[in-house]
Design a protein around this ligand. Structure first.
Ligand code: IMP
Ligand code: MG
Length: 175
């Protein structure tokens, strides 16, 4: 059994931070047309909000991945459940992720996309739990750093539930 305990980040704070991130990305990518990749399914809502704050000729793509959890950086550590639609060779790629936890998924995915010849790769994660890191990985853009709590909402799930909550909440597991 589980229950929502506290709201960690409310709708107003989410909107404010998404706007700041969008402005920062727009400045950093001025003159470019990056491929902005939504990592399914967790980043869907963040992605939809963020891209509307970036006034650049961006291209959309999506990917679904899961990490095998190994700590090395070889490109074999990420399982691709749904691949990109277009070739990213020579492209500026911006990956949009819901949360960085151990760092395994993003470390493996960025090395895979580098191997495929992306011109540049950056990661924008809405949330980051730095205290949980088991591999050396830092996102280029982070919405909020949070403590070691399991959170849901704004795209993040527990057993596929709670993704549609408009805020980030702490989930408490009970028995
Ligand atoms: P990691 O950084 O490879 O350990 O994995 C990150 C992934 O784990 C995220 O994309 C989420 O799917 C999942 N995850 C990690 N922490 C949480 C959480 O607090 N709530 C929901 N999903 C989480
Ligand atoms: Mg995920």
């Amino acid at each position: 059994m589980e229950r929502i305990s506290d709201v960690l980040i409310d709708e107003e704070r989410i909107a404010k931070r998404v706007e700041e991130l969008g402005r920062q990305i727009e400045q950093d990518y001025a003159g470019k047309a990056p491929v902005v990749v939504a990592i399914l399914k967790g980043s869907i809502i963040f992605y939809g909000d963020l891209v509307r704050k970036i006034d650049l000729p961006i291209k959309f793509d999506t990917m679904a991945v899961s990490s095998y959890g190994s700590g090395t950086s070889s490109s074999g550590n990420v399982k691709i459940k749904k691949d990109l639609t277009n070739d990213i060779c020579g492209e500026d790629v911006l990956i949009i992720e819901d949360i960085i936890d151990s760092g395994n998924t993003m470390k493996a995915l960025t090395s895979l996309l580098a191997h495929r010849g992306a011109k540049s790769i950056n990661v924008c994660a809405f949330l980051d739990k730095p205290s949980r890191r088991t591999v050396d990985f830092e996102a280029d853009y982070v919405g909020y750093k949070i403590p070691n709590e399991f959170v849901v909402g704004y795209g993040l799930d527990y057993d596929e539930k709670y993704r549609n909550l408009p805020y980030i909440a702490i989930l408490e597991l009970t028995d």
